[in-house]
Design a protein around this ligand. Structure first.
Ligand code: AMP
Length: 442
């Protein structure tokens, strides 16, 4: 199938051509005809599948074909399409896609998010916009101050709905939906069909068409995943060693906490590895700058927390490092989805200490795969890790995800990370180290 088969206008096809795309991705091929036909849509698709164009293209097409509603076109503060997203970065990126794909059509758009002044957004809204891409909190501020009127919205998109729910936006979303006309088209995109996502779908969508694309990240072929067992207190040193030995560039490093991200980024900088941290406590300006510097290659490392990294879209990001494993196994899949994108290969490496064995087990169950373990010489984990007080098993925020692929069930249990497992069975740790050192992680 080609984009020309989807019935898109010449202006959109031109913009798509300029991006170098000629074949729609599976989510685009499946979703675009339904959206153009006016159906509600429930789509299971993650970042990296081309989902943004799957809703942006048909929305642009529909809005530009409405030449018979000149009144709507000139009305102020009254967007005709509303795209709700969980994070500021994603809002900026989705609006960028709107601009890219809408380059040759007369559509005005605005990204509305917090952390920056209200006034510039108010000014643009007053001039009139067709598409608003917004995070829920700041949009509610505009609603309260009557600087936006959602009474003309024809299409609502809930992008990364699972993440918006994780971030506690459900009440905001419901308040926003109350302001929308009853008659409208609703499109919901989510990486998982967790129960709370289903519940939202039931209340918002009307007879939706269900579209489900393979979870790109669980196809795994494009992302080489492996684990380096290491003692917790050696992780920083090991990371520096890996950066120095392999001359890594454009490496996205995940930590669990904002504080941890800051501390690690400082450490990398001190060692001469240019890096920045990106998390919720950073100003919007700092986040945008860090992302731009990372994208342009000025920074070798971007240290991020899960939420801040959502929606980071960099073509051909070569490598993702899990400095710490996430507590929620689905976040691992989101994290490694930052690499191996749009058909390029990527590498995902996790530094796993003994206290993270439960998280590792849960991840391996979710992806139904035991990850390769490689021990680095000089960083062998201690044979007898310090005894810790028994910890409760971390409770995932989402359950039963995995897009109907029966995630969490029946996968074999992996060995503990310190067990130095490899292709030829369990070995002593030194043996494993000698065997593996230097063979991967390039
Ligand atoms: P998304 O899932 O929307 O975040 O898109 C992931 C990446 O795929 C982005 O870098 C897009 O520019 C790219 N992309 C979107 N559609 C296509 C396509 N039809 N062919 C190739 N790449 C695409």
């Amino acid at each position: 199938m080609h984009f020309t088969d989807l019935g898109l206008s010449a202006g959109l096809l031109r913009a798509i051509g300029e991006q170098g795309y000629d074949t729609p991705t599976p989510i685009q091929a499946q979703a675009i005809p339904h959206v153009l036909a006016g159906s509600d849509l429930e789509a299971l698709a993650q970042t990296g599948t081309g989902k943004t164009a799957a809703f942006v293209l048909p929305i642009l097409q529909k809005l530009t074909s409405q030449t018979d509603s000149p009144l709507e076109r000139v009305s102020r503060n009254r967007p005709r399409a509303l795209i709700l997203v969980p994070t500021r970065e994603l809002a900026a990126q989705v609006q960028e896609s709107v601009r890219t794909y809408g380059k040759h059509v007369a559509i005005r758009s605005l990204a509305v998010f917090g952390g920056v002044g209200m006034q510039p957004q108010v000014t643009v809204l007053r001039r009139g916009v067709d598409i608003v891409v917004a995070t829920p909190g700041r949009l509610l501020d505009h609603i309260t101050q009557r600087t936006i009127d959602l009474g003309a919205v024809q299409t609502l998109v809930l992008d990364e709905a699972d993440r918006m729910l994780d971030m506690g936006f459900i009440r905001d979303i419901r308040k926003i939906i109350e302001r929308l006309p009853k008659q409208r088209q609703n499109l919901m995109f989510s990486a998982t069909f967790a129960p709370e996502v289903r519940e939202l779908a039931h209340t918002v969508l009307r007879n939706p068409v269900l579209v489900e694309v393979a979870r790109r990240n669980t196809t795994i072929e494009l992302v080489t995943q492996s684990v380096i067992p290491v003692d917790k207190d050696k992780k920083r040193e090991l990371l520096l060693h890996l950066f120095e030995n392999h001359g890594w560039h454009q490496t996205l490093v995940f930590t669990r906490t904002k504080h941890g991200a800051d501390a690690l980024s400082r450490k990398l900088d001190q060692a001469g590895i240019r890096s920045a941290a990106i998390h919720g406590d950073k100003t919007q300006g700092a986040r945008t700058r860090a992302l731009a510097d990372f994208k342009s290659g000025k920074l070798a490392a971007l240290v991020a927390t899960d939420i801040a990294a959502r929606g980071i879209d960099i073509d051909q990001l070569p490598r993702v490092i899990n400095f710490e494993l996430p507590n929620v196994p689905e976040d691992y899949v989101h994290r490694i989805g930052r690499t191996g994108r749009a058909g390029s290969e990527g590498e995902a490496l996790s530094l796993v200490s003994h206290d993270e064995r439960i998280q590792l087990r849960d991840i391996e169950r979710l992806i139904k795969k035991d990850l390769d373990k490689s021990i680095i010489v000089g960083f062998e984990p201690s044979a007898n890790p310090p005894r810790e007080p028994a910890k409760a098993k971390p409770q995932p925020r989402r359950q039963g995800s995995g897009g109907g692929n029966g995630a969490r069930s029946g996968a074999p249990r992996s060995g503990a990370p310190g067990a130095s497992r490899n292709g030829s069975g369990a070995r002593g740790q030194r043996d494993g180290a000698a065997h593996h050192n230097g063979q991967r992680h390039r």
